[in-house]
Unconditional design. Structure first.
Length: 185
């Protein structure tokens, strides 16, 4: 698991086996149920127990705003700020040719179809500020240029260079979202 080293994993396993077998059984069942029941939203690709997630199916959301993120964890981080009422598209990663991750692997064709719908007036790039995240943002901004009615912006102040959205505090992320700026080529 990310962030869990061999020693930590070993301590967890010993704790479950020596002191909490019932908890371990419950954890295993919850994980098994999650693997069986959680899939991807048909519209935004986030993790969801239903075909369309609660955000995409919420009529109070502004369907003209589309925030592009790399992971479902990024949606949670943005939602915790309470500062965004639009919709999302989850790439499930970022462009990384060296790792064999191209446009097909991050759902660019599905994104293109959403942009063609004519409902979206602004695409907000909320990818990480790593080289791969910036490259992905630029690639999508170029894609969005084909749709003249769509304004493309990028999160602004407060995001550290090389940082990941899920690690930012809510105030920093809210400020970055409210002060986003247009991507210039």
């Amino acid at each position: 698991m990310p962030g869990v080293g061999a020693k930590s994993a070993q301590r967890m396993a010993f704790h479950i086996l020596q002191r909490n077998k019932d908890g371990g059984t419950h954890l295993a069942q919850v994980l098994l149920n999650s693997i069986r029941e959680v899939g991807n939203c048909k519209q935004c690709r986030t993790l969801s127990e239903s075909e369309i997630c609660s955000i995409c199916s919420n009529p109070a959301r502004d369907s003209s705003l589309l925030c592009i993120v790399e992971t479902p964890a990024d949606i949670i981080a943005i939602e915790q700020t309470g500062g965004f009422r639009g919709l999302y598209f989850v790439l499930m990663g970022h462009l990384s040719p060296i790792d064999g991750i191209g446009p097909e692997q991050i759902g660019i064709e599905q994104l293109r179809q959403r942009l063609q719908s004519g409902l979206i007036t602004e695409v907000i790039m909320a990818t990480s500020t790593t080289v791969e995240g910036e490259t992905t943002a630029y690639y999508i901004a170029e894609l969005a240029k084909a749709f003249e009615a769509i304004h493309t912006t990028r999160l602004a102040l407060g995001m550290p260079l090389g940082g990941e959205l899920e690690h930012l505090d809510g105030s920093t992320l809210a400020r970055a979202l409210s002060q986003r700026s247009e991507i210039l080529s």
